[in-house]
Design a protein around this ligand. Structure first.
Ligand code: HEC
Length: 257
């Protein structure tokens, strides 16, 4: 009896074994790198004609952001867009054509056209790898970005550690929010400055309310709250470069004193 149960468990997990990550590792990663920070990619492609990194294909983070930005309707729900991206990838694997691709020409010009992988992936594998690529834009931020807290966690910790709460307001299809995530919030100097004196809370302003009765600004926007959770220190709207953002954090620290 025991043996049968073990067999069922093992077989069951076999059925679900091919996770998107495994498909990517087995069938895509020989050409597509996983994560390289966006600023490094820009420097490599835009300033150095791909001589710094000598990449042969777009990285996973490039694919994830480009597909989410360009394929299907960014403003519908995630499931419908994921489905459209799946169709796109299935078609691209069969009939690759750089001209119809989503990677901008100024970057794609360094690559050969992807070889066709017709018949090499099952529908399930395509679905799994699409989910993995789609989710990577967000997973990347959790892996490489600043640690995030829920507002309740941040309130508790802020009191204890004397840190300022910074709420980052975004909406899912805001391009400058994505640039903030990709180009600024993953940079070591920014992470260091934030980790030292701030606690990051992210709020999707389409569906979440701001505390202390604050009215939402355009996105991305940043709402700074004192460590006792009672006072609004400042509210700022807009994208900033690494230096501008560091400057902002410095001035908020001054204001908070
Ligand atoms: C033999 C190398 C190679 C393998 C293996 C490979 N790719 Fe690619 N892929 C490329 C290259 C080169 C490009 C860029 C040129 C182009 O767009 O055709 C590319 C581009 C892409 C694009 C973007 C096309 C666009 O819209 O601009 C997608 C999506 C993609 N690959 C998905 C995958 C997936 C998913 C797998 C694994 C199942 C995979 N690739 C496996 C080489 C490869």
């Amino acid at each position: 009896m025991k043996l049968i149960i073990i067999y069922i468990v093992a077989f069951g997990s076999l059925l679900f074994a091919m996770s998107g990550e495994e498909v990517f590792e087995k069938k895509c990663a020989s050409c597509h790198n996983y994560y390289i920070p966006q600023n490094k990619l820009l420097s490599n492609f835009i300033d150095h004609n791909n001589t710094e990194l000598n990449l042969t294909a777009p990285t996973l983070n490039q694919l994830s952001f480009a597909l989410k930005d360009q394929v299907g309707d960014r403003k519908t729900d995630a499931e419908s867009q994921k489905f459209e991206i799946e169709e796109f990838i299935a078609e691209y694997l069969k009939n690759p054509d750089k001209k119809r691709g989503v990677i901008p020409q100024k970057i794609n010009r360094f690559f050969k056209t992807m070889p066709s992988m017709k018949g090499q992936l099952s529908e399930e594998e395509i679905e799994a790898v699409t989910g993995y690529i789609y989710d990577y834009a967000e997973a990347m931020m959790i892996e490489h970005g600043v640690k995030r807290y829920s507002y309740e966690e941040a309130l508790k910790l802020a009191r204890k550690e004397g840190k300022i709460i910074m709420i980052e307001g975004y909406i899912p299809y805001c391009r400058f929010c994505m640039r903030m995530d990709r180009e600024v919030m993953v940079e070591p100097v920014v992470k260091e400055a934030l980790n030292k004196d701030f606690l990051l809370v992210k709020k999707n302003l389409l569906i979440e309310k701001l505390p202390l009765g604050m009215k939402r600004l355009g996105t991305p926007s940043f709402y700074f709250i004192s460590s006792d959770g009672k006072e609004i220190i400042d509210m700022i709207e807009g994208f900033g470069t690494i230096d501008e953002f560091l400057e902002l954090l410095k001035s908020i620290k001054e204001e908070a004193k």
